[in-house]
Design a protein around this ligand. Structure first.
Ligand SMILES: [Zn+2]
Length: 337
């Protein structure tokens, strides 16, 4: 019998090391994985190391926070630079492109690196078609590449230019610049109900295309507390409770966001999320770079998840960055980080 023909019924894979459940089970030496079609039927130990090249077998990787960007920050010469210096350029300098091709190239790049499950926080709309058609294009790209995605519908209703009201920033600019900056960056806020309706409509559209739906989990994607008003976050919390859909959001990615949060929420930003009912197992918070041990404790006690990013951590702290308090608290509370 061939040992690598994954699509052959009743084939098997022999490996020198098996990481069946990394992080919770130790590596297992010398194992045979029995396959039934594309599914694992059984795993049995082998008495000796299999002949031939030594194989390490492990589950495919998961990317818990991604934006399916064809062009990455490094494309703008912004690798390792603070978020605030390059984020506006993604929406204003880089031209829009076909959303299917953007998503397909990004997802295929992930698949080539061993990632088969990704969280797509869809913050950059390419435009040129209505939102539902664009989101379905991303779903088609996921299906065609063969990866499963969480698709979080990005929501933002304030602070388009800086970490305060858009008019405050515009007033501080030279009058000759105001109109151009406002046209490119100011937020055109929708009502919370309009944001939620997009999520419902996407879920409904996917229901009528089952071959796409099996690749996509629809989620709420408020972009971050500094970019979402309290009424919007409260509406998301309520909708997530009613529908059971997950919520994916950035939190405390940069020093400036931390400074803003300390001023805006003297009792703590996660206490604010807790008070409006958003903090819980349905919530994943991306980065949490500026989370204090106390913040991480509250997150862990509510069983919400943190998807950390070593690159953001290094931008915040430099190359000798300390260990993430979220990771330590996750270990203590047995939740995912
Ligand atoms: Zn992000």
């Amino acid at each position: 019998m061939p040992s690598t023909a994954l699509n052959t019924p009743n084939s098997f894979i022999d490996c020198a090391w098996l990481l069946a459940a990394p992080g919770s089970q130790p590596a297992q030496a010398n194992a045979r994985i029995h396959l039934a079609g594309a599914l694992i039927n059984a795993v049995e130990p082998l008495a000796a190391t299999p002949a031939g090249p030594r194989k390490l077998v492990m589950p495919a990787l998961v990317n818990a926070h991604d934006h399916t960007r064809t062009f990455r920050s490094a494309t703008l010469g912004a690798f390792g630079m603070p978020l605030e210096t390059w984020l506006p350029f993604f929406g204003t300098v880089l031209p829009s492109a076909d959303p299917y091709l953007c998503a397909a190239t990004s997802l295929a790049r992930s698949a080539r690196n061993g990632v088969t499950n990704l969280m797509v926080h869809y913050t950059r709309v390419q435009g040129g078609m209505n939102y539902l058609d664009e989101a379905l294009s991303v779903a088609r790209a996921a299906r065609d590449v063969g990866v499963h995605i969480g698709f979080a519908v990005a929501m933002r209703d304030r602070h388009g230019i800086g970490l305060c009201d858009d008019n405050t920033v515009l007033t501080a600019l030279r009058p000759s610049l105001r109109q151009a900056v406002s046209a490119r960056l100011s937020v055109r806020p929708l009502q919370p109900a309009e944001h939620l309706a997009v999520v419902d409509a996407l879920a409904q559209a996917l229901q009528s295309e089952p071959d796409l739906a099996e690749y996509v989990t629809v989620q709420y994607g408020p972009t971050g507390v500094q970019w979402c008003s309290s009424p919007l976050l409260e509406a998301v919390a309520l909708a997530a409770h009613d529908t059971g859909r997950p919520v994916h959001m950035h939190l405390l990615e940069t020093r400036y966001q931390r400074d803003w949060a300390d001023q805006a929420f003297p009792k703590g930003i996660v206490n604010h999320l807790d008070a409006i009912g958003l903090l819980g197992p349905q919530l994943t918070l991306a980065h949490c770079t500026g989370a204090s041990p106390c913040t991480a404790d509250i997150m862990a006690s509510r069983c919400c998840r943190c998807s950390g990013c070593p690159a953001a951590w290094q931008v915040f702290f430099g190359p000798r960055s300390p260990a993430s308090p979220c990771r330590a608290r996750a270990a203590a509370h047995r939740v995912h980080a």
